[in-house]
Design a protein around this ligand. Structure first.
Ligand code: F6P
Length: 322
C-alpha cells in the first residue's frame, strides 16, 4: 500500500482533528502518503480530495470540529454511489481508507470494502459513545465535561432563586452522556432512553424529596428519552411541582470546543493504530480501546453487539442525590 485516504462522516466530535493528525503523521512514518477527503462520503463522491502531509496537520490538535468537514450522504448508501466512490479512490491511487465516525459510517465502509475491494478501517468518533467495540468514543469525554460545566453554572442560578432545572443533553437513542453527566454533576434525577420514564413517579419524587428537602435541583434528560425531551417533560409536570422550574437544552454546544486530554490521547492512539492496521493489510475492522488496551474489532462484531449503558450510573446518581 502506498496511499491511504481519511475522512470524517456523520456528526462531528471534538478530537476528530487529533485523530486526523495521528493518521497523517503515523502514515508518514510508515512511508505512506495520505489524502484528506473533505465533507465525508458526500465529498468523496464529488472528488473533494486534498493531499495531507505532516505539516498540514500541525496546530490542529487543540481544536474541536474537523478540518476536513463532515457530512451525511444518502447517495453513498446506494450501490451506484459506492461504485462512484470506489472509482474516485482508484483514480487517486488510494488503496486504503480510514473512516472516522459512527457505526452508520462503518456500515458504508464495510460495503465499500465488500463490493470494491477497498481496504477500510473505522475510528469511533461521536459524542454519543454508542459504538460497540470500544469503551469510549472520541469526543465523548469532552462532551461530558462541556455538559458538566454547564450544569455547574446552572446550579449557581438554580440555588440563588430556588429553582429546579431540567437540563437536556444530547443522545438520540442512548443515555451515555446523560448518565455520566448526571453522576458527575450530582443530579437529582436522570432520564435515559434505556429506562422507561414514569412521569407521575418523577413528579412525586420531585415534590416529596426535592421540594421538601432542597432549595434547588437538577434533572438531566437525554434528548431521546421515551417520555420526550426536557421541554416536553417540563411542560407536562410544571404545574404539579411545588418548586419553580426552568429548562435548559444544551444542544450542539456539547459538540464543540477544545478536546480534553483524554480524547486527544484516545484519538492519537486510535489514529495511529488504524494506519498500522491498513499498512499490515488488515481491513473491515474498527479500532477501539478496551480496558486501556487498543484493539481491532471486526465490523461484523461491532454491528452484532449492543453497547450496554452503565445502568448502575443511573441508579447511583439517584442514590447519591439524597
Ligand atoms: O453526533 C451525535 C449527535 O450529536 C446526537 O447526539 C444528536 O442527536 C445528533 O447528533 C444531532 O444531529 P445534527 O447535528 O444533525 O442535528
Amino acid at each position: 500500500m502506498r496511499k491511504i485516504g481519511v475522512l470524517c462522516s456523520g456528526g462531528d466530535a471534538p478530537g476528530m482533528n487529533a485523530a486526523i493528525r495521528a493518521v497523517v503523521r503515523r502514515a508518514a512514518s510508515l512511508e505512506l502518503e495520505t489524502t484528506g477527503i473533505r465533507n465525508g462520503y458526500a465529498g468523496l463522491l464529488r472528488g473533494e480530495l486534498v493531499p495531507l502531509g505532516p505539516r498540514d496537520v500541525g496546530n490542529i490538535v487543540q481544536f474541536g470540529g474537523t478540518i476536513l468537514g463532515t457530512a451525511r450522504s444518502r447517495e453513498f448508501y446506494r450501490p451506484e454511489g459506492r461504485a462512484r466512490a470506489a472509482q474516485v479512490l482508484r483514480e487517486a491511487g488510494i488503496e486504503g481508507l480510514v473512516v472516522i465516525g459512527g457505526d452508520g459510517s462503518y456500515r458504508g465502509a464495510q460495503l465499500l470494502a465488500a463490493e470494491h475491494g477497498i481496504h477500510v478501517v473505522g475510528i469511533p468518533g461521536t459524542i454519543d459513545n454508542d459504538i460497540p467495540g470500544t469503551d469510549a468514543t472520541i469526543g465523548f469525554d469532552t462532551a461530558v465535561n462541556t455538559a458538566l460545566d454547564a450544569i455547574d453554572r446552572l446550579r449557581d442560578t438554580a440555588e440563588a432563586l430556588g429553582r429546579l432545572f431540567f437540563v437536556e443533553v444530547m443522545g438520540r437513542s442512548t443515555g451515555f452522556l446523560a448518565a455520566h453527566v448526571a453522576l458527575a454533576g450530582g443530579a437529582d434525577q436522570v432520564l435515559v432512553p434505556e429506562v422507561p420514564t414514569d412521569i407521575e413517579a418523577l413528579c412525586r419524587r420531585i415534590r416529596d424529596e426535592v421540594g421538601k428537602k432542597k432549595r434547588s435541583a437538577i434533572v438531566v434528560v437525554a434528548e431521546g428519552d421515551d417520555a420526550g425531551g426536557a421541554v416536553d417533560i417540563a411542560r407536562r409536570i410544571k404545574d404539579d411541582l411545588s418548586i419553580d422550574s426552568r429548562v435548559c437544552v444544551l444542544g450542539h454546544i456539547q459538540r464543540g470546543g477544545k478536546p480534553t486530554a483524554r480524547d486527544r490521547i484516545l484519538a492519537a492512539r486510535l489514529g495511529a493504530r488504524a494506519v498500522e492496521a491498513l499498512a499490515a493489510g488488515r481491513s473491515g475492522v474498527a479500532v477501539g480501546e478496551r480496558k486501556g488496551v487498543v484493539v481491532e474489532v471486526p465490523f461484523d462484531e461491532v454491528f452484532r453487539e449492543q453497547k450496554p449503558l452503565e445502568l448502575e450510573f443511573v441508579d447511583l446518581a439517584e442514590k447519591l442525590s439524597g
